[in-house]
Design a protein around this ligand. Sequence first.
Ligand code: ADP
Length: 651
Amino acid sequence: MDVMAKELIPAVIVGVIGAFGVYWYIKFRFILPLETRTRDISRAFGLFTVFSREVLDHIYIPDSIEHYGDITNHYLIKLHKIFPESSMLVFENSQGQWRLINYLKNFKTEPRLMTVYKWGVFDKAAGDSEIVRLENISSSSDAGAAGLFRTFDIKAAMICPFMHSGAQAARLLLFGGARRDFFDTAEPYLHFLVSQLNAVYKISEKVFALKKDNDQLKSELDAVVRELNMTGSRLIQRAKERKALYEVVTLGAGDEKDIKAGCTAIMNVVARMMDADVVACLLFDEAKSELVVTPGSYGISDDERMLYSLGVSNTASSSVRAFLTKRPFISADAQNDPEVITHYAKLWDIRSLMIVPISLHSRVIGVLRVGSRNKGVFTQDQLEFLSVIADELAILIEMVTLYENLSNTATELAQLNKLKDEFLSTVSHELKTPLTTIKGFVSVILSGEVGPLNEQQLNFLGVVDQSVNRLTHLISNLLDLSRLNGKVEMEFSAVNVKELIKNSVSTMLLKAKEKNITLASVADKSLPSVHADTRWIIQVIDNLILNAIKYSGPGSKVNVSGHNKGEVVVVCVEDNGPGIPVEEQKLIFDKFYRCKASVSQVPGTGLGLAISKSVVEKHGGKIWLESKPGEGSKFLFALPVAKEKGEGKGQ
Ligand code: ADP
């Protein structure tokens, strides 16, 4: 047993050593490389997984080409971390040439690079859309590209086309390094990256197109909104202008008959409308040959106004030029404008300035100046609007001038009329006394008290007597009129009209009889008293009856009546004489008017009806006429019923 054991032990030792050797041989020869390879593969797989996940996690749909470039860079930075020794250059096709738009490499100092390259290999790769391997870079015939590769120390490279539009790639990624042994490792990354970049770009193309449409729509919409806003503000502006114009027109057509008040009102509207600090109207003064600021200007005191007058020969002045050339003027900064007399602009601290001519019947009568303390605030639209205002101002000025002329004439006429009345009154008074003397002596002679008269003397003296009567009548009418025109004192009381009519008729009966005219009177039973001055009302009734007798032919009828019309009593004197032509009816109550038909037929003064009208109106009543030519006339007047206690009762 021991021998066997002794023989077996070495054999076992050899066997164990042999097995150990075999084990380590197999381990070193096969297992360890296999394990290393498995670890490498698993590490590479892990890296690739991390990379691809990061890429997939960061798939954004870019909304612009710049954004697409940013996403590409993001992926390349990730890739460069995996291949830090590599150089990555991105080129973009730019009109047939390749422009270097980005690169990744850790340079110690940044190289100076040519940015545009023309290289056939790039063109071919872009056209074929395949990854191209360049294994022997040094053989490149292109000097520019060779220089670039030297700068980046690239001996081998892979060209990866991406971002296809149509069949051509618009961009290239050049992945290069000093050795070519990383090609196999890098290629799957590059394939994956390029396919992702292409996929992203394909989707983005649609997004770009949509975004472009969207942008276009937005800009169109913006344009429409802008246009709407502008139209809106223009409409508001127009509405404001209309309102201002309306105000100006109403002012012009209103009661402003004073140039200062009218101008003040218009200048205020303009200042408010234009947001102006000074608004002045300068009118041409022919006598002085100057443009003078009218009173009522806005923002200019009366003292300052006096300082401002411009000789029309002073063509340095923009106002004078606008006046002479009839052309409007606008300045954005009058204090620095060679076309403006800056002295005046500074006097009122004016920056923006507008001047328009004021024309009346195509004749320029002045200018309208509008100023603002702010620069460049007035627009062409405002200038045009100001011209419209200037036209309105011209109308106002014309109206005021006409009104002034008219009121001057009216004042002169009133003075003349007063003089005439005074003259008539004086002359009448002066005539009355000698006429009374003549009348007295003629009556005495006619009565035969101073001796007998022959027939001819009697006739002549009769004519003298009648003429004196007429003259006396005229003078007493004139005196009545002048009294009525002045401050005649009426002595009012409650007057019984029926009584007045009766008395007048009985006084006139003889005259009527002489002409073979039937004169009668009638009155309503209950006729209230009127509020009147008896003396003057008797004169009115007498005058109307006398006219009816005077102007009606023999055999006519004259009827006088009184009517109760409630608030008033109406007296009517009616005849069936010749009547009064329609066209003369409205003139008949005028002083000295006599109808054409009667002027040469019947003597008269043309004052009776004027006096009657004045008397009736002084009683608060009314007088009128109803007449049909050929059929007769009706003269009527109404007097208010007496209101006071005891006055209104019928008698
Ligand atoms: P006079 O009688 O003194 O001329 P009046 O003022 O009384 O002045 O009358 C003015 C004119 O009116 C008269 O001249 C006459 O032509 C006309 N007229 C007045 N009354 C009548 C009448 N009843 N019929 C016709 N014409 C009349």
